[in-house]
Design a protein around this ligand. Structure first.
Ligand code: SAM
Length: 215
């Protein structure tokens, strides 16, 4: 029963709707979110931290966790030894949970997408990670320019997401990848390696992993 409730909640959050509507759902869901994630064996934050580890960068690099939520990725990054991690998220309720956990140095409450600009200076971070942030009703490829703006030249933008082809036309693999490739063609970033999949995003669901380097 608990598994069904968690699974329905996770299914319901990824629908094409305005980001303000999505934030309202997170507001009501915030206190149960982590429990539901545990019930579904949500392992994406660990996968995300492993992607950063694979870059073999010093542990004191500046990392921004975009769509940080309650801080699960920050927890995994800290376990691996990273010390300078900031968080950005559109949900104050989720950021409050992350704050209580004392994971991040700075907390930015900001919505991204549709040409919105965060209060972060240009070229601030060595690495931006986005775990579970690219989804229907969440972030889309229109937020790439803002992510690139806050990353230092030669810095990295890595994300992990599920395959949402069956949820939304614009999240079909080829369509989403068009947005990635357009910025490759424009010379703004390049692929560190081709996007790949890994098992265990949730129990029984694969993770799609992207790792880009800003030029
Ligand atoms: C599935 S949760 C992932 C949270 C965390 N990264 C994790 O893996 O546990 C998605 C997060 O994206 C945030 N979010 C969704 N749309 C957003 C937007 N347009 N701008 C900023 N944050 C957004 C939500 O508030 C939520 O915290």
């Amino acid at each position: 029963m608990a598994h069904i409730v968690a699974s329905n909640a996770v299914h319901n959050i990824v629908k094409e709707r305005s980001c303000h509507e999505t934030m309202q759902i997170y507001k009501n869901w915030a206190k149960d979110l982590d429990t539901h994630c545990m019930e579904l064996k949500y392992n994406a934050p660990k996968i995300m931290a492993d992607v950063v580890e694979d870059l073999h960068l010093p542990k004191d690099i500046q990392i921004l966790d975009v769509a940080a939520g309650s801080g699960l990725v920050g927890i995994e990054l800290k376990k691996t030894g990273y010390t300078n991690i900031d968080a950005l998220d559109g949900s104050q309720e989720l950021l409050n949970i992350a704050k209580e956990r004392k994971i991040y140095n700075k907390y930015f409450k900001a919505l991204l997408g549709e040409n919105r600009r965060s209060p972060i200076e240009n070229d601030t971070y060595d690495v931006v990670v986005v775990c579970g942030g690219f989804a229907p009703g969440h972030l889309y490829t229109d937020s790439f320019p803002e992510l690139i703006r806050v990353v230092k030249p030669d810095g990295y933008i890595c994300w992990t997401m599920r395959d949402y082809s069956h949820y939304s036309e614009r999240f079909r693999n080829e369509k989403f990848d068009e947005g990635v490739n357009q910025l490759c063609n424009a010379g703004l970033w390049k692929k560190v390696r081709e996007p790949y999949t890994k098992s265990g995003y949730f129990d029984g669901t694969d993770a799609k992993i992207y790792c880009m380097q800003v030029i």
